[in-house]
Design a protein around this ligand. Structure first.
Ligand code: ASP
Length: 588
């Protein structure tokens, strides 16, 4: 038997027991007469004690072991004279009577401690060592629990987990596919699923009624910070449901996860129309932990000879409450520089400071009288001590820029607290997005999303402009400004699906070629259905008040899409290429 207990198990009441532990050397301390080793495993750390006077051989043996060596130690549990209150096992230590080195270790390239000295790159290259660190292990354990609780909840709600294939057919919508060449079908390729979307809809046609799957999805997108080419979804589909049923079910799941994993009772799940989210927060995923709703000022700010405003499509701002005293002119200049950075790309920033002494100071005082600015204050409900931040420009752009500024102000003012959780359903997304460059419509969600029932006649008969205003039965769950997931009620009618494909630029032949299997299935009694998918990695991060999904993935890729530990992607040899009938002609 390698061990009688884990390294996190022993307590004062175990004093006197003879036990055996196995684990890794966390640190060792040589204090002359005594040597101490902290032995670590997944469950905790226990102190081993060696006494030179009692057993010099053993003590000398203990002094030779290095960091991360694997040891087996037998001894007697005893009360510690100097206790460590920060550790569950901190009241005891093991007076070791036998020590066996199960394996030695090279000196690790970084310290295996909660706070490590290793940078990102080295930790990714030696991810198996990084995963030994307690905070990283806790994240992975958390993920395991979240998956378990999800399975439990959905299974109790009559969902069944069904696996869908990983080698599927490439489709032109959405992101780019990762493709896999087929050896036995020369010149042909599978694609890895961006999501199991079509399969889960087919499972509804098959009558499974409620499906879920914790499933890997693959998207070959340009990597932005915190995107992974492969990620995990909690993917679901339900039959005979309206939007309301889906929102309720997944609100229930979200509450369950917060409650069981964090002991947090979420309060309300407000709902907001997509249009309102964009108008009031400049974003379809507003962070509701703080206010600062947008106010539009066109009616007050135009026609005062301030050319920038006069030429702008939209003048819009936010009010930061009570910061006039703490926000210096230097801070204001800093914010102006911040919005001018290429990442934000704004031309400038106008501020109006309503000082606590009643005076008003603004960067555009030349053009606007105090009376004008008082009108602005009334519009915002601003009072003495507040500062308005105003931006102007083309509507979509300026909304995005102000949204970034709002979030940054939220950060600087400490309004985005990591232990506060504000969920929000964003509803009624546009069905289609018009792209000026390619002059075509794209599905805002995906091509199987249903328009709102009331919009169906307009979709079937309306003109081009009408199509831009169609609303979809599509919804996103947002928590603290992070999109946790989204879904939609699907089209289950062949005629409507064909119309949608046509709007998306598919010829009937191409639609048949790409999605004939699905549309064909709809002719055999497809039930009304809808679904949703949550990003599991992201949900883990948000529940822990963290930003990076990478920290919750055991073996993530870096921001170049590389796994530096196994060195992938990598070239394959000519034999393999020949078998796949592939000739490379790589242009650099
Ligand atoms: N398949 C969708 C997605 O990955 C989710 C859904 O509509 O259920 O975003």
């Amino acid at each position: 038997m390698y061990r009688t207990h884990h390294c996190g198990a022993l307590r004062l009441e175990d004093a006197g027991k003879e036990i055996t532990l196995a684990g890794w050397v966390d640190i060792s301390r040589n204090l002359g007469g005594m040597t101490f080793i902290d032995l670590r495993d997944r469950f905790g750390i226990t102190q081993l004690a060696f006494n030179m006077e009692e057993n010099a051989d053993l003590c000398n043996q203990a002094r030779k072991v290095g960091r991360e060596w694997v040891l087996q130690a037998t001894g007697v549990v005893r009360e510690r004279s100097s206790k460590n209150a920060n550790r569950p096992t901190g009241d005891v230590e093991i007076s070791v009577t036998a020590l066996e080195v199960l394996n030695s270790s090279k000196v690790p390239p970084f310290t295996i401690q909660d706070e490590t000295d290793g940078g990102d790159d080295i930790r990714m290259k030696f991810r198996y060592l990084d995963l030994r660190r307690n905070p990283v292990q806790q994240n992975i354990l958390f993920r395991h629990k979240l998956a378990m609780e999800t399975r439990k909840y959905l299974s109790d709600a009559e969902f069944i987990e069904v696996e869908t294939p990983v080698l599927i057919k490439s489709t032109p919508e959405g992101a780019r596919d990762f493709v896999v060449p087929s050896r036995i079908n020369a010149g042909q390729f599978y694609a890895l699923p961006q999501s199991p979307q079509t399969f889960k809809q087919l499972l509804m046609v098959s009558g499974f009624d409620r499906y879920f799957q914790i499933v890997k999805c693959f998207r070959d997108e340009d990597l932005r910070a915190d995107r992974q080419p492969e990620f995990t979804q909690i993917d679901c589909e339900m039959s005979f449901v309206h939007q309301e049923d889906i929102l309720n079910t997944f609100e229930g799941l979200t509450r369950h996860l917060f409650q069981t994993l964090k002991g947090i009772e979420l309060r309300d799940f407000p709902r907001m129309q997509y249009d309102d989210a964009v108008r009031l927060y400049g974003s379809d995923k507003p962070d509701l932990r703080f206010g600062m709703q947008f106010k539009e000022l066109n009616h007050l700010a135009k026609g005062k000879d301030f050319a920038i405003f006069d030429h702008a499509e939209l003048i819009v701002g936010v009010c930061a409450d009570g910061i006039a005293d703490q926000f210096s002119n230097k801070d204001l200049n800093e914010m102006t520089e911040w919005v001018k950075r290429p990442q934000i790309g704004a031309g400038g920033l106008v501020y109006v400071r309503f000082n606590t002494d009643g005076s008003i100071k603004s960067s555009i005082g030349k053009f606007f009288s105090d009376e004008d600015l008082q009108q602005w204050a009334a519009e915002f409900g601003a009072k003495a001590g507040d500062i308005l931040f105003i931006m102007s420009g083309e509507t979509d752009k300026v909304r995005k820029q102000l949204s970034e500024l709002r979030l940054e102000l939220g950060n600087r003012l400490g309004l985005r607290k990591s232990d506060e959780f504000k969920p929000l359903w964003v509803l009624d997304f546009p069905l289609l997005e018009w792209d000026e460059t390619t002059e075509r419509f794209y599905a805002m969600h995906h091509p199987f999303t249903s328009p709102k029932k009331a919009d169906i006649p307009r979709m079937l008969n309306g003109d081009h402009e009408t199509m831009k205003s169609l609303r979809a039965d599509a919804y996103d769950l947002v928590i603290n400004g992070v999109e946790i997931g989204g879904g939609s009620i699907r089209i289950h009618d062949r005629e409507l699906q064909s119309k949608n494909f046509k709007l998306l630029g598919f010829t009937p032949e191409k639609a048949e070629d790409q999605f004939g299997f699905l549309v064909g299935a709809f002719e055999y009694g497809a039930p009304p259905h809808g679904g949703i998918a949550f990003g599991l990695d992201r949900l883990c991060a948000v529940l822990n008040g963290q930003n990076s999904i990478r920290d919750f993935i055991a073996f993530p890729k870096n921001n170049m899409g590389r796994d530096t530990m196994i060195d992938a992607p990598s070239a394959i040899d000519d034999v393999q290429l020949n078998e796949l009938s592939i000739q490379l002609d790589i242009k650099k």
